[in-house]
Design a protein around this ligand. Structure first.
Ligand SMILES: Cc1cc2nc3c(=O)[nH]c(=O)nc-3n(C[C@H](O)[C@H](O)[C@H](O)COP(=O)(O)O)c2cc1C
Length: 384
């Protein structure tokens, strides 16, 4: 959920005024420890920990951070999906969770290079999970052997890792410039992947509408709405406890919570401020979107999903270097049955071939950098 948008939506309630009058403008700040990871690792960590401290800053669905990094083999990191951190309702085949493994692996590889290692990544060393299962965590996603490579050239994208964000704010009213689009289009892609962009109003308008319909559908489908609500952390205390999911904090949320207006039950109940705030957000972000992009793979295999994650995060890092904001809006890509009709229309509109899959669909444009999202401690994902 976008904080700024939500504030606009429910701001008319008088509670904003109450928050200000109450002198609480500094209350309910993001807990420092929840975003400490964005300061970068300390220097007295082992190389593998240093590398993983960067990797856990990867973008990932609902910020579930569904990663387990096994360090029991010397010089190796074995990455698996955490089966306890899936999104069964909106991501029933863990396609997005798998993309989030690719984003992790790419950042891991960038950080390894920076430390003088070539990350030799073997995907699915013990076999690839079927494409129609939820629980993909029973076998590793990757075995990464860190091969010392003195003199290996660093990747220029490395220095964007700490600055990268999924920027969910309103964007400035201007399309992606041709110069920036060309830079992004020049980025090498793997395995017949391709990127599309819509920049002209007549091309963006139908996509916005479809994305918006998909978001409303997700919110009007009780179990998919509940999945997000269950993963929403409201206020500094909940954020401090979980350090994952969708984080909402600040004086307004503090007051809404204090007045009993931000309970999971309220968020599930049409007519309440919490429910309406969510719907209005869904309707609202599209108004502030002036360009959109999509990343397509030739098929929907697990390998393509991982590779899509690798390309997506490189694009996000390159965009960061260019001062371009990105924000995935994945609802229309999701595989639960209620979404299939909208998704077919979307694929037809974009002329996606039957075997192809749009893996990422995102807003893209310009806005000042946004605050970082929480991350858990490295120790939470490491097994030693
Ligand atoms: C596969 C994938 C799908 C995502 N889908 C959405 C989405 O539909 N809506 C959204 O607001 N963010 C989406 N995100 C962005 C995540 O919410 C974001 O990466 C996460 O909250 C961590 O924030 P950060 O990217 O700023 O570090 C997606 C990210 C990934 C990798």
């Amino acid at each position: 959920m976008n904080r700024r948008r939500f504030l606009k939506t429910v701001g008319g309630s008088g509670l904003v005024l109450a928050a200000t009058v109450g002198g609480l403008s500094q209350c309910d700040q993001m807990p420092a420890e929840a975003v400490q990871a964005w300061q970068g690792p300390s220097t007295n960590t082992s190389d593998r920990e240093w590398i993983l401290s960067h990797a856990l800053l990867a973008p990932n669905p609902h910020n579930m951070q569904s990663w387990i990094a096994d360090l029991r083999e010397e010089g190796v990191i074995t990455l698996s999906v955490d089966n306890d951190r899936l999104l069964p309702d909106t991501d029933p085949f863990s396609r997005q969770i798998t993309i989030g493994q690719g984003t992790f692996l790419e950042i891991l590889a960038l950080a390894a290079r920076q430390k003088g290692y070539d990350a030799d990544i073997k995907l699915y060393p013990d076999g690839t999970p079927a494409e129609n299962v939820l629980k993909v965590g029973d076998k590793p996603v990757a075995r990464i052997a860190l091969k010392p490579a003195p003199g290996i050239e660093p990747d220029r994208l490395f220095k964007q890792i700490l600055n990268r964000r999924s920027n969910k704010d309103s964007y400035q009213p201007r399309a992606l410039s041709n110069a920036d689009r060309q830079q992004l289009e020049k980025m090498p892609l793997a395995n017949d992947q391709w990127l599309g962009f819509a920049n002209q109003e007549q091309d963006v308008a139908p996509l916005r509408l479809m994305a918006q319909k998909a978001m409303i559908l997700e919110m009007e489908t009780p179990r998919t709405l509940k999945e997000s609500i269950d993963r929403t952390r409201i206020g500094a205390d909940e954020i401090r406890t979980h350090r994952d999911g969708i984080d909402l904090h600040g004086p307004l949320f503090w007051w809404l919570k204090a007045f009993g207006q931000m309970t999971p039950e309220k968020a599930m109940t049409p007519g309440t401020m919490a429910y309406q705030g969510g719907i209005d957000y869904a309707l609202g972000w599209a108004r502030d979107t002036y360009s959109m992009g999509w990343l397509v793979t030739p098929d929907n295999s697990r390998l393509s999903q991982v590779t899509a994650g690798r390309s997506y995060v490189r694009l996000n890092l390159l965009a960061t270097a260019l001062g371009v904001a990105m924000h995935p809006v994945s609802q229309i890509l999701q595989e639960y049955p209620e979404m299939s009709e909208l998704q077919s229309a979307f694929n037809k509109h974009l002329k996606i071939k039957p075997a192809e899959k749009v893996q990422m669909f995102f807003r893209i444009g310009y806005q000042a950098p946004t605050a970082p999202s929480p991350r858990r401690n490295l120790a939470d994902i490491v097994r030693e």
